[in-house]
Ligand binder design. Structure first.
Ligand code: SAM
Length: 298
């Protein structure tokens, strides 16, 4: 049963991190003329209104992208992201009166950065979000939009004919099985396409009872922290883990206090771009407490 709707969270702090990094990686791939393939295993609806519907209910974007859009000076990685979001929203941004355009989810960002020679495959299982996504992308011949399991469908698409590609894995983790399925499917994918650029998102959820801690990943690690360690351990090439926390970790409940990305074969320039951006991002997005981590392993 799929109950998660990304619309409620569009433009929040987690979106800022994942979308800014996704854009950076696609820009990097676009520096060479040779075509690349992007696979978005969990696509969502593609674009989201901030003024009506789900995103307007909790207005999570106000604590996320809303804090970047009126900044005159940002580090380059964030500046590029903010410029593209402004372009998609379509008018001068004001937090009080956000324009009627749409916040670009991962499929819209991919569409914006794909060149004529590149291709993309978007997977989405939720029937309503799939319908919106399909409608948005159906005229774009560079895209295939599939109402299928993105993790299950990944292997068959690899390696891309050009041997250049980016796999973006962004589950909601509403199904506990995602914590096992993500590493499992990544192992298969890496066997076929070890040189691919893989970006996997994971949430940082407030700690609950001791019974829910995962002891395999070290004293007191949560399931999400355990996933990060598993992902870092299953590939031995260039990889990094980036984490952004916008609130304190305690407090219980199922509160998202931050999120992270594990990236395989990241662009070598990403390290400097993140070093420049993460302090500013933690400061801009913090709700009381903001911090970040960047682990680079080679
Ligand atoms: N990547 C999107 C973005 O950045 O704009 C947001 C994706 S949202 C976090 C996760 C989406 O995955 C939801 O829309 C959900 O319906 C969908 N989903 C869940 N399990 C899936 C699966 N196995 N295959 C494809 N889509 C799935």
């Amino acid at each position: 049963m799929l109950s998660y709707r990304h619309g409620f969270h569009a433009g929040n702090a987690a979106d800022v991190l994942k979308h800014a990094v996704l854009m950076y990686c696609l820009d990097y791939l676009g520096q060479k003329e040779a075509p690349f393939l992007v696979i978005d295993t969990h696509s969502g609806a593609g674009r989201y209104s901030l003024t009506e519907g789900y995103a307007a209910q909790n207005r999570e974007w106000e604590q996320g992208v809303g804090r970047l859009l009126d900044q005159a000076v940002l580090p380059p990685l964030l500046d590029r992201y903010a410029a593209l979001v402004r372009e998609s929203l379509g008018a001068k941004f004001s937090a009080e009166f956000p324009p009627a355009g749409r916040y670009p989810g991962s499929p819209a960002l991919i569409q914006r950065l794909l060149r004529s020679q590149d291709r993309a495959v978007c997977f989405e299982l939720h029937p309503a979000d799939f319908a919106v996504l399909e409608d948005t992308l159906k005229a774009d011949k560079r895209f295939r939009v599939l109402r299928e399991d993105g993790l299950g469908g990944l292997k068959a698409l690899l390696p891309p004919p050009s041997r250049r590609g980016c796999v973006f894995i962004d589950p909601s983790y509403e199904m506990k099985s995602d914590y096992e399925a993500v590493p499992e499917k990544l192992i298969e994918a890496l066997r076929r396409f070890p040189t691919g650029l893989y970006i996997t998102w994971y949430p940082l959820l407030a700690r609950r009872s001791g019974a829910e801690l995962n002891d395999d990943a070290g004293e007191g690690a949560t399931q999400q922290e355990a996933l990060r360690e598993t992902l870092l351990g299953l590939y031995s090439g260039n990889r990094c883990a980036v984490e952004l926390r916008t609130a304190a970790a305690g407090g219980g409940g199922k509160r998202l206090y931050g999120s992270g990305l594990v990236i395989y074969n990241p662009p070598f320039t990403l390290r400097k771009a993140l070093d420049e951006s993460l302090p500013a991002l933690a400061e801009l997005l913090r709700e009381g407490q903001g911090s970040w981590d960047l682990r680079w392993e080679e």
